[in-house]
Design a protein around this ligand. Sequence first.
Ligand SMILES: [Zn+2]
Length: 250
Amino acid sequence: MSQRSLAYIFQHQKLLVDENLQLPKVEKLASDLLIHPNDHVIARDLLEDEIIPEGLQLVPIRDLIQTWSTNDFLQASRAVQLLEWRRNHKFCSHCGHRTEIHSKEYAMICPACGYHQYPRVQPCVITIITRGNNEVLLAKSAHNKSNMYGLIAGFVEVGETLEEAVQRETMEEVGLKLKNIRYMSSQPWPFPSNLMIAFHAEYESGEIQLQLEEISDAQFFKFDQLPQIPFKGSIAHSMIMQMTEKRKAS
Ligand SMILES: [Zn+2]
């Protein structure tokens, strides 16, 4: 079976998969309204009146990140973001005329004024803050009812460098000053269209002061006494694991 025979069919953030959480074959499904996230696969939205074939189900893509390989998940993430973007750009943001889908590139074109709209990502910084050699700052989100402790994260504002965003978010959410802010890695995060940019920073000064609308608790934890951390597949998980391994190795 070639890869091209696989289809990504979405209903917003849910993806059509079989009972083993694998992608369905294209032949089973109507193939109009397709877009091509790359040369190997096709993707489209579930049609309004489309009947879901027997044996297939809609599963939130958030649930697939833990079972799929990183590459498979990134592919699905790219497809869902392009579809979502297309759905949200049916009209020209310049003159309000109905847009058309560009035949060759990912763009929506306005036939009235010629304006091209391209997909955008939202840059979002996420920071692992260490203190001394064996402590890491973890924070519990006020919006999350679970007992999970994650990292400080937030959107980059207009006119701000990534490092400034790291320091501002940390100051706003936990009141700490940082030093030695260094880039680690990045990950596209399709909820809905973020690019997570990971940093490591060291604690410089200040007492923890919570921004209670955002953070319900934040503490420095010893690396060998971590609380419940974000799930495997998330960038926060890999950042925490990477730092923990580094401490063990040194
Ligand atoms: Zn226009």
